[in-house]
Design a protein around this ligand. Sequence first.
Ligand SMILES: Cc1cc2nc3c(=O)[nH]c(=O)nc-3n(C[C@H](O)[C@H](O)[C@H](O)COP(=O)(O)OP(=O)(O)OC[C@H]3O[C@@H](n4cnc5c(N)ncnc54)[C@H](O)[C@@H]3O)c2cc1C
Length: 410
Amino acid sequence: MPEEWTNWSKSLECRPNSIEKPRHRAELQALVRRTADRSGTLRVVGQGHSSSPLVTTADTMVSLEHMTGVESVDQRAGEAWVRPGTSLEEMGEHLLEEDLAIHNQGDINVQQLAGAIGTGTHGTGPTLGNLSSMLLGVRMINAEGQLLERHIEDNPQFIRAARVALGSLGIFTCLRIKAQPAYRLHRQEWCTGVDECMHHLPELVQQNRNFDFYWYPRSDEVKLRTLNPPGESPRLPYAQLLKEEEDWAPRVLSRTRMLAFDEMEYSLPAAAGPAAFMEIRDRIRKVHRRDVAWRTLYRTVASDDAMLSTSYARPTVTISLHHNAGLPYWEFFRDIQPIFRRYDGRPHWGKKHDLRGDDLSELYPRWQDFQNIRREMDPRGLFMTNYLRELLGAKEFSPDQVGDTGLEAR
Ligand SMILES: Cc1cc2nc3c(=O)[nH]c(=O)nc-3n(C[C@H](O)[C@H](O)[C@H](O)COP(=O)(O)OP(=O)(O)OC[C@H]3O[C@@H](n4cnc5c(N)ncnc54)[C@H](O)[C@@H]3O)c2cc1C
């Protein structure tokens, strides 16, 4: 009986033919070759924290959870080679021992490095790119089971495709990432009203290294979070300080999430952020307030040049809708989605949305360049499923040529 797989929030499930956990590269290469020889398909999974069906499959799922650890560090260059299954937390602690740290983290740090990079996971800060922007080079297994090594210095277009690739180009076996000297941050959390937050928003975004806010629909209050180098934290006379702490950045940027939720998030041009947020708040208060107990998160991300990055070529504001896991979420998410789309929003690749290739190609100026590289890397669709075929508009494949995606649980 095939083993059942579910994602973190349990809103996705599938029964892969097999779930493989190779212990080293040669084992992974043999698996890729065997799967290609029988014209099968293979999806690589990270920590399973995406809630879009990127990894669900009825054929082979492969987890690199045994391929972990920091392989080498070049302290002078501020770089490291890290194995794909390493969690962000584990990588952060290892780099700290070498007096290094990555430039930012998102809300949590349990994702595997390759998984976080694969969807363009980001934290907050107008000068801070998403985590994919730190990818300088890769070693990977291609669809024929061969090992390739590519670097930004000699193959910039490939790395710009690989930075956000959803596991569609091949399987990363080691990632070369940019780090910086280890740094400490002072974290503060504040409570205030929406009007005060929106009035002070430009300076909150510009004057803090990391700033974001949560809006709670039921109370109509907001929680502000600011992180700054020690001694550079703000005083906010219009907000009540709830708590504060100081530590090395990797230990203070992320939090542990006990309560599971599903999420829709869109990235918008930064200038549109405030108006889009106010429109979304109005709509939630009018239509969803009784059902939607949970919060909406507002963050910023620097512009970058990865072909499928949601921050490609534009300073970005992200707005995420959180809904408690187990509750029906589509009615809420689909009601708000048109507002995101009107503001030229790009959906987070790893969260709920229902856009497909024809919609997405309009949002990414380098869409075709990415597709050309993908077709070259995987001409027979080893890394495809029906969901990915539709998502990436891979019209060269018919539904019966690629793997079934499995089921969405609700
Ligand atoms: C509680 C929670 C908090 C979150 N917070 C944030 C946040 O703050 N910011 C944000 O942007 N997102 C956030 N996310 C989304 C999350 O960071 C992304 O969905 C991320 O991709 C999950 O990483 P993962 O290791 O679980 O990868 P998975 O979801 O398992 O996989 C993601 C993608 O990576 C690919 N992949 C995995 N390993 C490899 C490999 N070795 N080679 C090639 N491709 C590979 C997979 O094929 C897949 O396409 C959050 C999600 C949850 C559930």
